[in-house]
Design a protein around this ligand. Structure first.
Ligand SMILES: [Fe+2]
Length: 231
């Protein structure tokens, strides 16, 4: 499986503080059957230079190879939707056109459609992350559905399907799956203990809603196409 959303780099955002914690997260991911992880630090208040992210990715890949942990890390970022798209070129997933886009946790801005249009105009393919945890979308999922097209995709969090974020979040995640608008399930993991990088539980729940073949595509072929820069 492939996880496109993971805060696994040490000392960059609110993920792990030190390398040993990143390694612990990778061990958990490997045990869950995850073989590739996009490292997606928050790009919000601080614009970490892309070179810092690439360096941290290389350092972690070396550490994993030395320990024979079969997980490959690729660079990415989770960009705050209100940032100027011109600042975001260095934060796409594995240097593709895809970029994780995070809306404010409190609401969906009225300008969401304009923000996404600007991103697409600049050549990005935005992936809206965890919409099922946004209060505006929980109340009115149609607000999200109206924003989507072939260039604007959706990733939900595995833990939302297990109910880790609450009942409404779980119901919204299930609804979005039923609507067929979800392209990816990610872990949005932040540590080995709190929000660990585990996809399988979410995939099993998704399989009960949309069938195993479609559920597996959300963590295999769909993210593989992103890493390959395809579609
Ligand atoms: Fe995240």
């Amino acid at each position: 499986m492939i996880d496109l959303h993971c805060h696994i780099l040490a000392g960059i955002d609110d993920g792990p503080a030190v390398l040993s914690q990143s390694i612990a997260m990778a061990r958990i991911a490997a045990a869950d059957g995850i073989s590739q992880i996009a490292a997606t630090p928050h790009i919000k208040n601080k614009l970490h230079p892309p070179a810092v992210i690439s360096k941290a990715v290389a350092r972690l890949n070396t550490a994993l190879a030395e320990r024979r942990i079969p997980v490959e890390i690729v660079p990415g970022g989770e960009a705050y939707a209100l940032l100027d798209p011109l600042l975001l070129k260095g934060y796409t997933i594995n240097n593709s056109r895809y970029i994780l886009i995070e809306f404010p946790h409190t609401h969906l801005p009225r300008t969401a459609g304009d923000l996404l249009f600007k991103l697409v105009s600049q050549g990005f393919k935005p992936i809206i992350v965890h919409p099922e945890r946004n209060p505006s979308i929980i109340r009115r999922p149609d607000l999200l559905l109206k924003l989507l097209n072939s260039n604007i995709l959706v990733q939900i969090t595995a833990g939302s399907l297990s109910g880790n974020f609450g009942r409404q979040e779980m119901e919204c995640a299930c609804y979005l799956l039923e609507q067929g608008v979800v392209s990816f399930i990610g872990t949005d993991a932040h540590s080995a203990e709190f929000r660990p990088p585990i996809l399988s539980q979410g995939v099993n729940i998704a399989a009960g809603i949309i069938g195993r073949r479609k559920a597996l595509a959300l963590v295999t072929s769909n993210p593989a196409a992103v890493l390959g820069g395809k579609t």
